[in-house]
Design a binder for this molecule. Structure first.
Ligand SMILES: Cc1cc2nc3c(=O)[nH]c(=O)nc-3n(C[C@H](O)[C@H](O)[C@H](O)COP(=O)(O)OP(=O)(O)OC[C@H]3O[C@@H](n4cnc5c(N)ncnc54)[C@H](O)[C@@H]3O)c2cc1C
Length: 291
């Protein structure tokens, strides 16, 4: 059953004022694709839904001083088709293009995917690989910015208190020349299911040499996990199949998969992960070279 009151603030300030006024009894709603299910299952029972979809300041995608900035109302469809994101943060466009079915993508937001706290939210994993940060505002005027792993406080628990705070924008360091990214996903069927395994990668190249790499893997715990040992190994190496295979083995060494009836056995996912890491690195490096 839906909550009783449904309000449409037109500014960030009025949304925050409403959260304050209701003192924890109101909650932010964006696309509602996660929240309405929680309401229906009585896992969320706020008295007031504060719908942010009519706030113009939270709409749109722009480039600002080397960052791609997404407002909290940007949907997966917008992210998937945005020329700016496709050019300068491609892993997100690919990941958002794989969320649910078309109806879901047309209404569900990238920001909601982060705050919902899914361990393997497609956009959240890609944003972890891309090195994104989130801007969060509170009614007392405070503004903080958190990186992607820090956005998760636990399993399905966000660092953002959606009864008291607003994620206003997502910022992604724009990919420049010599940089590329990739997103790989394994699912049980083509739509309407969260991934069984996904890997995001971003590389910065100097010719054939890897300057730096970021690799994000999920679901391996409550939040997308960085494969930091593999990233450290890759820095300064010349890109080659052998180097990618060694990085993939390092990533796999630290991936503690659970056996799940829905997402497959640990053994199966350990077999697939190195293949995905190699693919993600190959693609990201090829894109960095302009392929
Ligand atoms: C049929 C179906 C298929 C799906 N398939 C996938 C899939 O393949 N991959 C995937 O990753 N997800 C999938 N999802 C989950 C869901 O669509 C995504 O997580 C979506 O991005 C959530 O965005 P939303 O705008 O609908 O969030 P909402 O449901 O509106 O909100 C989700 C949570 O975040 C909070 N919130 C939202 N925006 C803000 C904000 N700006 N500031 C503070 N708090 C906020 C809300 O209070 C709520 O707690 C699926 C869902 C359904 C119903």
């Amino acid at each position: 059953m839906l909550s009783q009151d449904y309000v449409f603030p037109r500014t960030v300030e009025s949304a925050l004022a409403l959260l304050k006024e209701y003192g924890g009894k109101a909650i932010i709603i964006a696309g509602g694709t996660d929240l309405v299910l929680l309401e229906a299952r009585k896992k969320e029972t706020s008295a007031v839904l504060v719908d942010i979809s009519h706030i113009p300041d939270l709409c749109g995608i722009r480039e600002e001083e080397g960052w791609i900035v997404l407002g909290a109302n940007v949907t997966h469809s917008e992210a998937a088709f945005s020329p700016l994101i496709r050019q300068k943060a491609l892993a997100l466009a690919i990941a958002s293009g794989k969320v649910g079915g078309r109806q879901i993508r047309n209404i569900a937001t990238v920001a909601g995917n982060i705050v919902a706290g899914h361990p393997a939210g497609d956009a959240a994993v890609a944003l972890t690989a891309l090195g994104a940060t989130c801007v969060i505002r509170s009614p007392d005027g405070a503004r903080r910015e958190l990186g992607m792993p820090e956005m998760y406080a636990g399993l399905h628990v966000s660092a953002v208190d959606c009864h008291a705070e607003l994620l206003t924008h997502i910022r992604i360091p724009a990919q420049g020349p010599g940089e590329g990214s990739s997103y790989q996903r394994m699912e049980q069927r083509k739509a309407l299911s969260l991934p069984m395994l996904c890997v995001g990668a971003r590389v910065a190249m100097n010719g054939k040499k890897i300057k730096s790499a970021r690799i994000a893997i999920a679901p391996v715990g409550p939040r997308p996990q960085r494969a930091t040992e593999a990233e450290d190994f890759l820095a300064g190496k010349t890109a080659s199949p052998n180097v990618f295979a060694k990085a993939a083995a390092l990533a796999d060494k630290h991936a503690a998969f659970r056996t799940s009836a829905v997402r497959g056995s640990s053994e199966f996912r350990h077999a697939v992960l190195p293949v995905f890491v190699v693919r993600a690195l190959e693609e990201a490096v090829a894109r960095a070279a302009g392929a």
